[in-house]
Design a protein around this ligand. Structure first.
Ligand code: TYM
Length: 335
């Protein structure tokens, strides 16, 4: 029985990493039985910062392959590319006119991504959250499974939905619920436990990529930053030890357990003992996904067919909703 409709998205920029997997994709796989799901590869969002066209194209297929390899069933869900469903960009324009500048000025991701010289950031980067709201609301999605870093964008999505409903005096959009759960919602860099694991970190040693070989995984975990103490026997002992907390959270997520269980299992271990165990688990989880991704990437035409089917399904849901929105706003119907 479907409990609601899920929409979530991922940018096709660079490598998929463990944060994407534990914070998002793995939860999508788990939720797909219970919800009607739409999973979107957000290429329009990607170009808010410069993307090499050939690399964007390759990465779009690779992200699709990664999602399928991780267990997303493209026959049961809509797996598609954002630019294949024009309704996203069409609704985003309406939301550009609903969202207030003051709301966008508070977005921390813009501040992080724009860096020091905001004048040089693209206008697209500034209105990025409005497009994200459109991704979600053009399907009237009720639930949005994401990592912790997307929370503020989802709050803005709810504000936009609420303002639209108020302005037009109707209860048109549901207020979508963020689904942020499990020990992997904020995976940190392997080099610095206070920084998020991210595609844009210049050091590849900061992250485990879904396409890393077993050797690369072992090497990166071996080199991961730690502190000199053995592992604690209670979660409270992780206070002030961000690297230990991060590696244990990763271990908990990879073994489908809680942080408490991970701490209990490894109490008193040295980091070198623990790193050997973490490597085993990471290779066991990521290895088969990588192998399946490589198999899928060998047949790009099949990936394109899967994405075309996904887009057709997504358009069939989005277009009537967009038509209602356009009529509500007072746009003359085209025929
Ligand atoms: P993106 O492409 O940066 O990341 C995709 C998903 O991975 C999660 N994630 C993480 N989770 C835990 N730890 C990390 N270190 C980590 N890094 C990334 C993100 O939270 C996200 O769930 N704006 C979105 C894409 C987007 C979207 C949407 C998401 C566009 N439209 C509509 C949901 C609904 C983004 O840049 O994700």
């Amino acid at each position: 029985m479907s409990r609601g409709r899920i929409l979530s998205g991922i940018q096709p920029t660079g490598n998929l990493h463990l944060g994407n997997y534990l914070g998002a994709i793995r939860n999508w796989v788990a939720l797909q039985q219970d919800y009607e799901c739409l999973f979107c590869i957000v290429d329009l969002h990607a170009i808010t910062v410069w993307q090499e066209p050939k690399e964007l194209l390759r990465s779009t297929r690779e992200v699709a392959a990664g999602m399928i390899a991780a267990g997303i069933d493209p026959a049961a869900n809509a797996l598609f590319v954002q630019s294949h469903v024009p309704a996203h960009a069409q609704l985003a324009w309406v939301f550009n006119c609903i969202a207030r500048l003051g709301w966008l000025n508070r977005m921390t991701q813009f501040k992080d991504k724009a860096g020091k010289d905001k004048e040089k950031a693209s206008a697209g980067l500034y209105v990025y959250p409005n497009l994200m709201a459109a991704d979600i609301l053009v399907y009237k999605a009720t639930h949005v499974p994401v990592g912790e870093d997307q929370k503020q964008h989802l709050e803005l999505t709810r504000d936009i939905a609420q303002k639209f409903n108020n302005d037009y005096g109707m209860n048109f959009f549901p207020l979508p619920e963020p689904v942020i759960r499990g020990p992997g919602t904020r995976v940190m860099s392997l080099r610095d436990g206070t920084k998020k694991m991210s595609k844009s970190d210049p050091s590849d040693f900061s992250r485990l990529n879904m396409t890393d070989t077993a050797d690369a995984i072992a090497q990166k975990i071996r080199k991961a930053t730690t502190d000199p103490n053995p592992l604690p026997d209670a979660v409270a002992g992780l206070e002030g030890r961000p690297e230990a907390e991060n590696l244990l959270s990763i271990y908990a997520a990879l073994t489908d357990g809680t942080l408490e269980q991970a701490v209990a299992e490894t109490a008193g271990w040295t980091f070198s003992q623990f790193k050997a165990r973490l490597t085993e688990v990471a290779v066991a989880v990521l290895g088969p996904i990588d192998a399946e991704m490589a198999r899928l990437m060998a047949d790009p035409a099949e990936i394109d067919r899967v994405l075309a089917r996904g887009a057709a399904k997504a358009r069939s849901i989005a277009e009537p909703i967009l038509a209602e929105i356009y009529a509500t706003v007072g746009f003359l119907p085209p025929h």
